[in-house]
Design a protein. Sequence first.
Length: 279
Amino acid sequence: MKENISEFIKTKDFLVCVDSDGCAMDTMDVKHQKCFGPKAIEVWGIETITDRFMEIWNDVNLYSRTRGINRFKGLVLTFELAAKEGLEIPSLASVKEWTETTNELSNPSLEREIAKTNDEQLMKALEWSHAVNQAITELSDDDEPFPGVKEGLARIEADADVAIVSSANSGAVRDEWTRHQLTPHVQVMLGQEAGTKTHCIGELKKFGYDNKRILMVGDAPGDLEAAEKNNVYYYPILVGKEGFSWERLANEALGKLLDGTFNDKYQKQLIEEFHSNLK
């Protein structure tokens, strides 16, 4: 499995891009509930509002239409919502400005901005992000693929190139997919450091795939948005119905992609189902 798009080699006429956390790997809930949210509480010293903060955090990152939002954008939004409720919480104005102006929402990009500005808010955000990554490495017993993922990837790989397109930290994605022996079914892994999902799909398109032969598989609105911006198809992994979703992908949606019947009507049906499944 390659980890740089410059090393990617197109071998088939079809391309299936797959998100990781909450889509292929059953890691999203545990990462947010044990790592992302708690480390924010710890780094910013807001233990007095722990319960309500975690409720807001989980709603933003797991259970609403902002599910799957980039970690830094999710951080800013959670702090903003907490402040609107009147909770005592620090300002993240500098972090918000950076998320709205950077072209790469990653630790290396944040480090470059800190080198230019020496901004304390940005330093805190980086400290938090590093703490989250460290905490995730200690979750090795808590991650596993959703039912049907390994079998589904094997079916897909027979007829399509497979790319991991994730906003998660590349190191964590690599470790999880390797540990569960999913990497043999994947040609390239594009994590957070490779750029946004929209950017990564756009770069993969340059290898010469027809738009109607590209499918983005994901569980969050950001995955749908990345597909729509690139004018390619989207297949949802439904929260709480992941096993069913992977079975249908392998036994129905993949066949439709291959024979050309994955059309606008079918796409509309899938997207409506996806939206109705999120509050």
